[in-house]
Design a protein around this ligand. Structure first.
Ligand SMILES: *[C@@H]1O[C@H](CO)[C@@H](O)[C@H](O)[C@H]1NC(C)=O
Ligand SMILES: *[C@@H]1O[C@H](CO)[C@@H](O)[C@H](O)[C@H]1NC(C)=O
Ligand SMILES: *[C@@H]1O[C@H](CO)[C@@H](O)[C@H](O)[C@H]1NC(C)=O
Ligand SMILES: *[C@@H]1O[C@H](CO)[C@@H](O)[C@H](O)[C@H]1NC(C)=O
Ligand SMILES: *[C@@H]1O[C@H](CO)[C@@H](O)[C@H](O)[C@H]1NC(C)=O
Ligand SMILES: *[C@@H]1O[C@H](CO)[C@@H](O)[C@H](O)[C@H]1NC(C)=O
Ligand SMILES: *[C@@H]1O[C@H](CO)[C@@H](O)[C@H](O)[C@H]1NC(C)=O
Length: 481
């Protein structure tokens, strides 16, 4: 029987609009786990803020331009990451295309809810002035903008607000912001989105900070962190678990009641970076305490931490750091990285008490600031955001910008592989693209030439099917119109 146009049309449209999606990640004890398979989820990530904080004006953000997102998602997929962290976002911009592109690539989002603009974050020298309705409207707006993307993994309430310069009241204000975020999510979101804090590695207050954020307060249970991020730069060059003090961190956090991960890592005192810490972070010694981490950072900026260089002529050059990191990721034992370890998922949070705090000057009382009526109203009624994100079909998987490998040779054929439903990205697969003339380049270790082999296997890629379906339904749409 020949199907009617209407039947074909419906079938194809169904295909094209079925949003493939990653499974939401949840917190289970001290692990992140896939909410459906219950596999342990360890973060294999990069920090993503092209242009840096100083480049953020609120008129664009890292997820507002689909062309850039397509390029970066394809290059990150190839690198092997499953998560990105973004520091500064605008709750008012449309992120649907970018969030959908990263979702299709199997890459989750961890988002800071703060911005460097006025009233965009807590003031660490006077938090009571900045914990106000203007700031909280932005925070709740971020929740609205990202709550419906299944790849929204987690939200950071603050980054390094607690440090040597901060006043003693700051930790309580961070918990107040977390309380309001949790209460807003409970009222206006149909799943739990983990909320936590990202700490600077200030040795003498690190354990106090994590104890403060992770203990239970009887009359303020929702102010507790769901996870703890640590910005760590102690492993430089070819270091070791002992030299870098990772053994101390593993000890500090092995009894933690929540997932702990490196929200930034990648010391650049020795360049190019060799990223030997990757094997340590995902080793048995560390995975008792640490759930992976995010390499600082994707683009080369003035502070010299980039994996890729965005050139003035709008091309991209992969740096040697990218190659080195890709090599390290590809050596991971992925079965181990994903296997849940039930013996470590059972640590219950303790009640907050003064004896959890050991540093003089760090607060050891746990009175969380009361909530203003105006903030209560927003939680009760919603912030009335008109910018609630949703997944959209990813129509195109080709990247349009020119990409050079670390030897300056153009890499052709890079494209986004749309993963099938429920998959997240893993190192070592989806490594499209090959360097032009790489066989004569005399660079047998070039990651780009290695990845050409994967491509040569001739597996039909999911993305091919999706773009075909997209094209057909577009043609049918034209016919019907
Ligand atoms: C920031 O907040 C203060 C205090 O609520 C307010 O007076 C000021 O107008 C705000 N600035 C902006 C740019 O919203
Ligand atoms: C929550 O809402 C989103 C958007 O409407 C929907 O896609 C998702 O399936 C819902 N999740 C649950 C657990 O109901
Ligand atoms: C919570 O309990 C503490 C200590 O008993 C008290 O000081 C504080 O006012 C209480 N906070 C609220 C919001 O009830
Ligand atoms: C971790 O917990 C175990 C078992 O409760 C205990 O023996 C050990 O002292 C704890 N370690 C630290 C560093 O708190
Ligand atoms: C599982 O946890 C136990 C106890 O913490 C530890 O000894 C063991 O090495 C862990 N296994 C893996 C694969 O991480
Ligand atoms: C773009 O700029 C890069 C870096 O300066 C250079 O290597 C490359 O040749 C340029 N490409 C074009 C097409 O001009
Ligand atoms: C992409 O990665 C997923 C997850 O690792 C894998 O199952 C799939 O086969 C890969 N696709 C291609 C085209 O390599």
């Amino acid at each position: 029987m020949v199907p009617s146009y209407a039947q074909v049309f419906t079938a194809l449209c169904g295909l094209a609009t079925t949003a493939v999606a990653v499974q939401p990640v949840i917190v289970d004890g001290k692990d992140f786990v896939n909410s459906v398979t219950k596999d342990r989820f360890q973060i294999i990530g990069v920090d993503y803020q092209p242009g840096g904080s100083s480049g953020f004006t609120g008129k664009s953000d890292p997820l507002s331009d689909a062309t850039t997102c397509m390029r970066d998602a394809a290059l990150m997929q190839r690198l092997g990451v499953n998560t990105i962290r973004i520091y500064n976002m605008s709750p008012d911009l449309n992120h649907d295309e970018c969030a959908s592109i990263f979702n299709a690539a199997g890459i989750y989002l961890i988002l800071d809810v703060n911005s460097p603009l006025e009233n965009g974050s807590l003031d660490r020298t006077a938090p009571w002035t900045s914990y106000n309705p203007i700031y909280m409207k932005q925070v709740f707006g971020m929740i609205e903008a990202f709550k419906n993307y299944p790849n929204t993994l987690a939200l950071f309430s603050g980054n390094e607000v607690i440090n040597q310069d901060s006043v003693e009241q700051v930790p309580a204000y961070v918990r107040a912001v977390q309380r309001d975020m949790h209460d807003y999510i409970a009222k206006h979101v149909n799943r739990s989105i983990p909320v936590g804090y990202s700490a600077a590695d200030v040795r003498n207050i690190l354990v106090d900070t994590s104890n403060y954020m992770s203990c239970n307060i009887k009359n303020s249970t929702s102010s507790r962190s769901d996870f703890f991020g640590l910005n760590s730069y102690s492993w430089c060059g070819k270091s070791s678990i002992k030299t870098a003090g990772y053994d101390v961190l593993a000890d500090d956090f092995k009894n933690a009641s929540l997932p702990v991960f490196f929200s930034e890592y990648g010391c650049n005192k020795v360049t190019p970076r060799v990223f030997t810490e990757v094997q340590a972070i995902y080793s048995e010694e560390m995975t008792q305490a640490i759930s992976g981490g995010l390499v600082y950072e994707w683009t080369q900026e003035a502070n010299n931490y980039g994996l890729v260089q965005i050139n003035d002529n709008n091309t991209v050059t992969l740096r040697v750091d990218y190659d080195n990191l890709q090599k390290q990721f590809s050596q991971l034992d992925l079965k181990k990285v994903q296997s849940a370890n039930s013996s470590q998922t059972s640590v219950d949070p303790v009640e907050c008490s003064a004896d959890l705090i050991s540093t003089n000057g760090f607060p050891n009382t746990f009175d969380i600031p009361t909530r203003l009526d105006s903030i209560q109203k927003m939680i009760d009624n919603g912030v009335g955001s008109t910018n609630v994100g949703k997944l959209v079909p990813v129509k195109n998987t080709k990247i349009t910008e020119t990409v050079y490998d670390s030897n300056g040779k153009e890499i052709t054929g890079i494209e986004l592989n749309v993963l099938s439903n429920d998959q997240s990205n893993l190192p070592g697969s989806n490594t499209s693209g090959s360097s032009s003339g790489s066989s004569s380049s005399g660079s047998p270790t070039s990651s780009a030439s290695g990845s050409a082999k994967t491509n040569a296997a001739g597996k039909p890629s999911a993305s091919g099917m999706f773009s075909l379906a997209g094209t057909l339904s577009a043609m049918l749409l034209a016919l019907v119109a």
